[in-house]
Design a protein around this ligand. Structure first.
Ligand code: FAD
Length: 659
């Protein structure tokens, strides 16, 4: 019999759901001295906000991260901003409109009720962060400023220069530090969760590795929350920080937590193009640049060829010979179409030979028109640090005047190309953010919850902070209220003993392979397979080939890996080997999911399923569900379980960004 998933969505029209839900909370009063312990793994925006809030509410929190400080979590990389439905611009924004844009942006594959709740708490996030002192950009008159991001026709993105994630994390970190000082949060930096411990069917603790001493340690609690980020680094080259990994999530999956929609991977249109095989990282140029930057390739193939050969420069091509292909194809949204649409359009132009650099895999992002209109000072105020970052990497400053043709000034454009950036898929959670393992919760990028098949820009920070400040602190109480009568389990239980032994044996196994290949060389090869067969354009045949190649490479990993050093003390190569082991599981999961979904939607583009104009062709009749995968052991195909989607407030239709 098919398994049924209880997503715990309360009944009733969408706008009422969350209010009803809140009214039914059984509050575990902070002052009631229940001494309930919660482990929060991760100190990114989701983890830090959750740990701070739970500490503030009276729980005893154990908070771990792999970096030497919570302030170095990957969330600091976020540049562009965070969405909220404040409607400060008086442009017709509303909670409903943010909800609608997000569901549509996700290509109608998100859970409607979750997204409504997200939109509803979005405004609280801004208030919370302002109260913490986050220095959001302001208008001259003092009001918080906004800019626009893809998939929206209103201006609802709050930002702090191009450093929004860092400033938000400093805010969350100061709240967290208050709780550390108050003794409610115990912080463990340079600790990596290696396994979740299940006792009598419930998550009761974790095994973590002290990354400095190499020692394995046991932690027990009444509930475990993972906030460990996404799995973009499965592709080796991505915009994610190099430390990002999916080990915690994959271990939860191996222990029985369902993994939802793994094939929904976001490829961001505006990244600095790959320029060699020695790179280990790609750099994002924030989507905010698309507010004022215009994306183009030459109209004439001979111009493209000259650009590729280096005999012509972009600024030598006059206005009438430029193809602003997003403005041409999507007049209503222009350069601000959602990321999946913009990325595919760039690929389409480059595949047709119109790429503008020596590899043919780049398009221009040009500020000439906006600099001519607004002046360089205004543009620098908006994007100064991004221009400087671009110059540092490419030696080209996008604000430099380069040419004048017929009285029109042309500035040096940026070159950009799509790259792996964010993962919409993640650990399956119900409406309460609880996974399919009771007592195990997942928040932030590591869960699958709110973005459907494509995340809109500036919505990840919104979701991470919504989960951490305003959703989990309520919903976890439903679980913990029943836990009040249960004593915290001892870490001497056989379940802890067994889990620790298994992790230890795994470390020995990896060290004792003593082969010839470094972790990075194998990871890079995995990345090539992922990009080629499980990347921007997928086919059934390619996915099968990719799965076969991944399986062979995993065998090579098991037989020919070389990890220097020992288990004791700091061993970064050993830590990377663990991550790579889990990237293999993840990569195959992405491919299985992509193969099972015979349609194109959002970030999942199956070339067999496209319209004549090359747009994604959904199949709502057969694939209107969340695809959840259950682990069935190494080398075995996981089992697909479906959570049907139900929409009450929004009419499911074909996405249209043209008019
Ligand atoms: C370059 C870039 C720019 C971006 N810009 C924006 C933007 O402008 N707006 C927006 O909304 N989104 C943006 N995003 C996306 C957004 O930054 C992320 O989705 C979000 O910050 C993820 O937050 P998180 O708390 O879920 O995870 P992370 O910030 O990734 O934090 C993960 C935490 O888990 C810890 N951890 C991981 N594994 C383990 C383990 N096994 N054991 C212990 N701890 C572990 C880490 O130490 C870290 O503390 C951007 C992403 C990138 C890459």
């Amino acid at each position: 019999m098919a398994k049924v998933i209880d997503s715990k969505i309360p009944a009733g029209p969408v706008p009422e759901k969350w209010k009803e839900y809140k009214a039914h909370q059984r509050l575990v009063n902070p002052k009631n001295k229940l001494k309930l312990d919660v482990i929060v793994v991760g100190t990114g925006l989701a983890g830090a906000s959750a740990a701070a809030s739970l500490g503030e509410m009276g729980f005893n929190v154990i908070n771990l991260c792999i970096q030497d400080s919570p302030r170095r979590a990957h969330s600091i990389a976020a540049q562009g901003g965070i969405n909220a439905a404040k409607c400060y611009q008086n442009d017709g924004d509303s909670v409903y409109r943010l909800f609608y844009d997000t569901v549509k942006g996700g290509d109608y594959r998100a859970r409607e009720a979750n997204v409504y709740r997200l939109a509803e708490v979005s405004n609280n996030i801004i208030d919370q962060c302002v109260a913490q002192g986050v220095p959001f950009a302001r208008e001259y008159g003092g009001m918080l400023a906004n800019r626009s991001f893809g998939g929206a026709q209103v201006s609802r993105t709050f930002y702090a220069k191009g450093q929004t994630g860092q400033q938000l994390l400093l805010g969350a970190y100061s709240s967290l530090s208050c709780q550390v000082n108050a003794g409610k949060v115990k912080l463990y930096t340079r600790y990596e969760m290696e396994d979740v411990v299940i006792v009598d069917g419930r998550a009761r603790g974790i095994i973590a590795k002290n990354l400095v001493t190499g020692k394995l340690e046991r932690f027990s609690a009444n509930a475990v929350v993972i906030a460990t980020g996404g799995y973009g680094n499965t592709y080796f080259l991505s915009t994610n920080a190099m430390g990002c990994n999916c080990t915690a999530a994959v271990q939860c999956y191996r222990k029985g937590a369902y993994f939802a929609n793994p094939s929904y991977v976001q490829i961001h249109p505006t990244c600095i193009p790959v320029h060699g095989d020695k790179q280990s990282k790609l750099t994002l140029m924030s989507e905010s640049l698309r507010n004022d930057g215009r994306i183009w390739v030459p109209k004439k193939i001979e111009d493209a060829k000259a650009l590729q050969a280096g005999t012509k420069q972009g600024w030598e091509i006059p206005e009438e010979d430029r193809d602003y292909y997003l403005e041409r194809r999507y007049p209503a949204f222009g350069n601000l179409v959602p990321r999946d649409v913009a990325s595919r359009a760039a690929k389409e132009r480059c595949d047709k030979g119109f790429g503008v650099n020596n590899t043919g895999l780049a398009v221009f992002l040009d500020f000439s028109e906006s600099i001519n209109r607004l002046g360089i000072d205004i543009i620098m105020q908006r994007y100064g640090n991004l221009f400087e970052m671009y110059e540092e990497i490419t030696d080209v400053f996008p604000g430099d005047l380069a040419n004048e043709i017929n009285g029109v000034k042309y500035y040096k454009p940026m070159m950009i190309y799509p790259a792996i950036h964010y993962t919409m898929g993640g650990i399956w959670v119900d409406y309460e953010l609880q996974t399919s393992i009771p007592g195990l919760f997942a928040i932030g990028e590591c869960n699958f919850s709110d973005h459907g098949a494509n995340r809109l820009g500036a919505s990840a920070l919104m979701q991470g902070l919504a989960d951490g400040y305003f959703v989990l602190p309520y919903t976890i109480q439903n679980y913990l209220a029943d836990q009040a009568v249960w004593p915290k389990v001892s870490t001497d239980l056989p379940e802890f003993e067994e889990a620790e032994k298994k992790v230890d044996a795994e470390l020995d196994r990896l060290l004792n392979i003593k082969g010839k290949r470094s972790v990075d060389s194998i990871h890079k090869e995995l990345g090539h397979i992922m990009w080629e067969y499980v990347g921007m354009g997928r086919t059934a045949e390619g996915l099968k080939t990719g799965l076969k190649k991944m399986h062979e490479l995993e065998q090579e990993f098991d037989k020919n890996l070389f990890v220097p050093g020992t288990k004791e003390g700091l061993n970064i190569e050993l830590d990377k080997a663990i991550h790579l082991r889990d990237f293999f599981t993840m990569g195959q999961l992405v491919a299985f999911d992509a193969l099972s979904r015979n349609e194109s939607c959002g970030g999942h583009f199956r070339e067999e399923y496209q319209t004549e104009e090359g747009e994604a062709k959904r199949d709502d009749e057969n694939y209107f569900y969340v695809g959840c995968w259950e682990y069935k052991g190494k080398g075995n195909e996981p089992e697909l379980i479906k959570e049907p989607l139900e929409y009450e407030a929004i009419k499911v239709q074909t996405r249209n960004y043209k008019n």
